[in-house]
Design a protein around this ligand. Sequence first.
Ligand SMILES: Nc1nc2c(ncn2[C@@H]2O[C@H](COP(=O)(O)OP(=O)(O)OP(=O)(O)O)[C@@H](O)[C@H]2O)c(=O)[nH]1
Ligand SMILES: [Zn+2]
Length: 360
Amino acid sequence: MSLENLGWNGFFENNAYSFDDPNLTPARIIGVRKNAFIVHDGDREILATAAGRLYHDDSPDSLFPAAGDWVLIRDTIIAHVLPRRNALSRGASGARHGRAESAVRGQVIAANLDTVFIVCGLDRDYNVRRIERYLTLIYNCGCSPVVILNKADLHPAPLDCAAEVESVAFGVPVFAVSAKSGQGVEVLRQFLPPGQTAALLGSSGAGKSTLVNQLSGAEVRAAKEVSEAVGKGVHTTTTRDIIPIPGAGMILDNPGIREIALWDDAGGIDDAFPDIQALAKECHYTDCTHEHEPGCRVREAVEIGVLKPARLQNYLKMQKELEFLNQRQEKSANRVEKERWKEIAIYQKQFKNKKRPRIR
Ligand SMILES: Nc1nc2c(ncn2[C@@H]2O[C@H](COP(=O)(O)OP(=O)(O)OP(=O)(O)O)[C@@H](O)[C@H]2O)c(=O)[nH]1
Ligand SMILES: [Zn+2]
């Protein structure tokens, strides 16, 4: 493994220069645990903790380490998080169930991604509307999506599904594959050249682990929980989020992704619904909600059958959720942030004086 194989490039190098400290080494976060991070410096894996300052600094440009981040370490301490090229964030899984703390700050699932694979099973999991939601989320985060329709072996007409998804996912590559048998999986390698990182998004049971195993030609996922010696005689379970694929790039398979709520709207919804966006420009009222106004081209398109009603409903629903999240975000930001940092400071105190040895 070299730094370049881990995804190190001129962008991060330039940002690292500004810290100008010979004692700092670049490393990538390949696993996140409750109070520690597994980083790889190109030579080896190191169990590291974040510098206390990272817990307390809540200025807007201060980042807290997440999987995929490039960081600068001093021994086993993460001193700085380098600026991200992009980040996949979500409201935590409770965001749609009224827990304010999860709706306040985009929770970063993963950083510095080249591609995000949306994995959707062609069984009961298949849901075009959910794929639209994922696309919006991915565009909001500034990442490039690829749709993988898995379990093609279980569907009588997988290519029909692929065509249906293509009709709502303008210009996004869509593939029908069978992760189990390996059929169609090889074409995905074009999105995984050495040094690049792809993340997997999809419901539980969609076949993400099976896909990773198929691509790497080994049961890497079954081995994701390994017991390691951390400290003297202490054993603990370690989870790596980033899995290197032999001869190719890396896959970030974050087990925390179960439910996705939309986060702030950085235009992702427009990118995911360019057809509705184009129609809306022709509506009589510039602030048309496409629900009841006269002269609405969007509703007309539904009436004459060129736009599916379900697609419009999904669009309107997502817009309302985004509005709701944005409002709530403003209201409770300060209060909840205070609570959150208080909690983190308590953790930090507990772990402050424990030196974390290197792991092999
Ligand atoms: N028939 C068929 N079954 C598949 C295929 N891919 C995965 N499966 C099965 O679907 C089930 C779930 O697969 P996993 O790979 O564990 O799914 P996952 O997305 O990793 O699930 P989580 O770890 O819960 O997120 C397993 O029983 C797999 O054998 C496929 O292409 N065809
Ligand atoms: Zn309208």
